[in-house]
Design a protein around this ligand. Structure first.
Ligand SMILES: *[C@@H]1O[C@H](CO)[C@@H](O)[C@H](O)[C@H]1NC(C)=O
Ligand SMILES: *[C@@H]1O[C@H](CO)[C@@H](O)[C@H](O)[C@H]1NC(C)=O
Ligand SMILES: *[C@@H]1O[C@H](CO)[C@@H](O)[C@H](O)[C@H]1NC(C)=O
Ligand SMILES: *[C@@H]1O[C@H](CO)[C@@H](O)[C@H](O)[C@H]1NC(C)=O
Length: 432
């Protein structure tokens, strides 16, 4: 067990919160993940109208290429990152298949809908399936070629990664990909990103790495910092440490210059009873501080002055997500569009309070909820990501803490992996 770090004076925490509230820019441009594992959501057209009229969100990320969603954002000024589901990767890995895929899934909607990026699969590398892994980079390349041929060269191609891709993530300067995947998959993938000027997409979640002792470090609140003895950098937030671990892994392969974008990050507003650090105020602190941090242009200690395009997870609470309570409570909004918390992205309020929300027409609500639960994961899959935490079921305990030098060397990529097992974000192809 880690020692309890010295608590910052309460006044300092309070002052920090006030500072956060006062210092958020009045208009924040931000992306959001629009997941639909729910049977309570309004139709995409109402969601698009809501985002446009009531929020400063100008980018959405969707987990498929649902035609209703793509149509809904036509002419909205909101750009869309679409996902080619895992099941389409084989088709995409050959140019003829990629051409057909672009003709049927993209051409009917672009450029009326500003499709900015296509994610090829979701977190393929964190749950390696050797046939998908072998096809991933070829699929990215042929999709990119098919888009160029169709005249859609503004649409970029990437694939999102859970931080389970890292064999070593602490200290950040020691970050590296799993050997076997580094030269075979990540080097050619990063080469593709460099050549096509597309971002390496990662999903950092300090939520899956914090303990009671590291809550302030995870939330960007004042804390004693965590020291990287190699670089002599004192990390004061876990997000920077996670991003720098990714950077170090890329840089080790010679691709430190490739852009990084954040496909998902967030903080839930509810969890199992007794879990410290979860609730609307904690979520608002994390997301508010994160948005301020990524838009500040400050970058991270190893990536000074970089900006990261960021998609918050998530737009709505999703009642049909399996797993722990937190899984159903990542949303900034409830399905009726009422905010769970506000981090400064709402606008259009009248002086008397709320402006009317778009009408909810229950008769036309589409049900996108019939999605499969994730594939079961077993221990042989888990072993591929490193040793199990010593403490068995409480995986929180081996995260680095600001107070205990000894625990700083404990690897926590396995924690990220184990947590990502329960953070279920698997989506099946809806448009078969
Ligand atoms: C499309 O979206 C991208 C990325 O958000 C943005 O840079 C670009 O200006 C948008 N294009 C149009 C025509 O709105
Ligand atoms: C790996 O992916 C392929 C292609 O989608 C699929 O047919 C196969 O069943 C998957 N294998 C495993 C072990 O999940
Ligand atoms: C790290 O930074 C924090 C906050 O600025 C400071 O309180 C702490 O003393 C620093 N620790 C080291 C080892 O430099
Ligand atoms: C665990 O997964 C491996 C690889 O996917 C598989 O070969 C094995 O049969 C699975 N074991 C169980 C108990 O499901």
């Amino acid at each position: 067990m880690a020692e309890t770090p010295p608590a910052p004076p309460p006044g300092r925490v309070f002052a920090g919160l006030i500072f956060l509230l006062l210092s958020l820019p009045s208009v924040i441009s931000i992306g959001i993940n629009y997941g639909t594992l729910s049977d309570e959501l309004a139709p995409p057209s109402q969601v698009a109208a809501f985002l446009k009229s009531r929020t400063t969100i100008d980018r959405v990320k969707i987990f498929d290429c649902n035609p209703d969603m793509l149509r809904a954002f036509a002419g909205s000024g909101i750009s869309v990152l679409v996902t080619a589901p895992n099941g389409d990767i084989s088709t995409l890995s050959h140019l003829p298949g990629a051409r057909d895929w672009v003709a049927s899934h993209i051409a009917p909607f672009y450029p009326a809908t500003n499709i900015s990026l296509i994610a090829v699969g979701n977190e393929i590398m964190a749950f390696p399936n050797s046939s998908l892994v072998a096809e991933l980079v070829p699929a990215m390349r042929s999709l990119s070629a098919a888009l160029s041929e169709a005249g859609f060269s503004h649409i970029r191609v990437s694939t999102p990664h859970a931080l389970g891709i890292l064999a070593v993530s602490w200290p950040p300067s020691a970050g590296r990909f799993y050997s076997g995947h580094d030269q075979e998959v990540f080097a050619p993938m990063l080469k593709f990103h460099r050549e096509s000027n597309s971002p390496f997409l990662v999903n950092p979640y300090p939520y899956f790495g914090y303990t009671d002792d590291t809550l302030d470090y995870a939330l960007f609140r004042p804390n004693a910092g965590v020291y990287d003895p190699v670089t002599k950098i004192n990390y004061t937030n876990m997000f920077d440490a996670q991003m720098d671990a990714v950077f170090s892994a890329m840089n080790r392969l010679g691709y430190g210059d490739v852009d990084i974008a954040i496909g998902e990050t967030g903080w839930p507003t509810a969890a199992e009873p007794g879990q410290a650090g979860v609730g609307p105020s904690f979520a608002a602190t994390y997301v508010g501080n994160l948005m301020k941090h990524v838009s500040s242009g400050k970058g991270t200690p190893l990536m000074p002055n970089r900006r990261f395009d960021t998609y918050i997870f998530s737009l709505f609470n999703e009642n049909l997500k399996p797993g722990p309570i937190a899984e159903r409570n990542w949303g900034l909004f409830r399905p009726d569009f009422s905010p769970v918390y506000d981090v400064g992205i709402l606008h259009g309020r009248s002086k008397s309070g709320r402006t009317p929300l778009p009408p909810l027409d229950s008769s036309t609500t589409i049900h996108l909820g019939s999605r499969a639960p994730p594939p079961p994961q077993n221990s042989s899959a888990a072993r591929a990501f490193g040793p199990s935490p010593k403490s068995g079921d409480n995986v929180d305990e081996s995260s680095p803490t600001p107070s205990s030098g000894a625990s700083l060397n404990s690897p926590f990529s396995c924690l990220l992996f184990l947590f990502s097992l329960i953070h279920v974000r698997y989506y099946v192809n809806l448009i078969l």
